[in-house]
Design a protein around this ligand. Sequence first.
Ligand code: ACM
Length: 255
Amino acid sequence: MRVGFVQFAPEIGRLRRNLERAEALAPRADLLVLPELCASGYNFSSRAEAEGLSEPAEGPTLAACRRIASKTGAAVCAGFAEKSGNAIYNSALLADAKGLVGVYRKTHLFENEMDFFTPGDTGFRVWDCAGAKIGLMICFDWFFPEAARTLALRGAEILAHPSNLVLPWCPDSMPVRSLENAVFAITCNRWGDERGLNFIGRSQVTAPDGRILVRAPEDADAADTVEIDPARARRKTIATRNDRFGDRRPDFYAR
Ligand code: ACM
């Protein structure tokens, strides 16, 4: 299957412009990942601003993802500010041309996100979609190896990872998340400056052997895809007598 990312530079508050930009860039594929908060922008100045830019799961971001799915043939994963009751979640949706497949709410909030968002309550979820088992995590979740591990233990073959990265380490760390779990990972970052925050671009797809299959530049739009075989992620062997999951000793992992 062909998987990839749509890296661009959303402008805060310009929902329509941002979704149109993603639609214009999206290439043909089976699975595409867009950045975290790709419609609203990221660096809110107040909770009121975040709330004004939030939307229900069945909102404009889902509508744009369905249009992208119809145009490209891909299932689409995209980050959005989700309004649910009085709460706002930093969420990601997975959709195909028929509609919403599922929603994940970010577990590990980063810095000022804590002023705007409620910590996610969905846990790490995996869906059968586009011919593969797809697990969702969002940006800073990468820093907690338990996120990728939990998704892999739940059967994920591909980690879809919408991001707005500002710290420098994720692109060099995701190859290890892929290697230790034998999964593919698609990190889609944004690039550009927003109210004094600089985002590092470098979206990428990593493979179960830790290789970086494709990587975007740090400061430009980039819509790249690569052919993968998700079945490769079902083999968890490391050596003849070692297995990533079979050799785990969870009894010794509690604090
Ligand atoms: C981040 O989690 N957006 C850094």
